[in-house]
Design a protein around this ligand. Sequence first.
Ligand SMILES: *[C@@H]1O[C@H](CO)[C@@H](O)[C@H](O)[C@H]1NC(C)=O
Ligand SMILES: *[C@@H]1O[C@H](CO)[C@@H](O)[C@H](O)[C@H]1NC(C)=O
Ligand SMILES: *[C@@H]1O[C@H](CO)[C@@H](O)[C@H](O)[C@H]1NC(C)=O
Length: 170
Amino acid sequence: MKMNFTFAWPLMMGAMLGPSLTTAQGLNISAIGTANNASTLECWNLAAPPFGAAGAANYPIGNFTNSFVGVIPPQTYIGQAWARQVRQIVLESGLARIALPTRPSISSDSEAYFQAGEILIATDLQSLSALGHITDFPSSVDTTIAQFPVAGNVVPEHKVLHAGRCSKDD
Ligand SMILES: *[C@@H]1O[C@H](CO)[C@@H](O)[C@H](O)[C@H]1NC(C)=O
Ligand SMILES: *[C@@H]1O[C@H](CO)[C@@H](O)[C@H](O)[C@H]1NC(C)=O
Ligand SMILES: *[C@@H]1O[C@H](CO)[C@@H](O)[C@H](O)[C@H]1NC(C)=O
């Protein structure tokens, strides 16, 4: 039987990466989203499925423009903030605290800490969120954050897994 390459390719990939690929899971990423003119803190599952190469599952995270690294002094309390642009952020050192101002009390759904090595996406543009979010850098050392503005300022296709930042189980 002659097999069309377009069909054969995903079948081969499925065999290489195991059964999880049948649900085409992309990367899980903590997100500052928006709903009803307010910021949200959520765990997202990006729609772009991984591609295999050299034994790795490679998760596409999009295209970026004018990336930069920000260095923030110890114990910087910024308070109210918005995403100036849709951007992915990778903490390289220090600590960032993100909280939502709109909830009656602080909970794990409305407050999260991010440490070195963690990644998140911020999408709460001022046009989409009246009050934005709270950003603080409470570490006693500099907080270094690599910022990757998403080309075209577009929010990547995703599913919301749950409220609150992604956990070790996501
Ligand atoms: C990234 O850029 C490449 C090359 O222009 C394009 O083919 C691809 O669709 C872009 N990916 C996204 C997620 O926009
Ligand atoms: C969001 O709320 C602000 C402040 O109340 C208001 O000015 C703005 O029009 C609202 N935006 C939307 C899209 O509802
Ligand atoms: C994303 O999180 C879900 C659980 O919420 C988990 O089943 C899935 O394996 C995670 N995906 C990746 C690529 O880690």
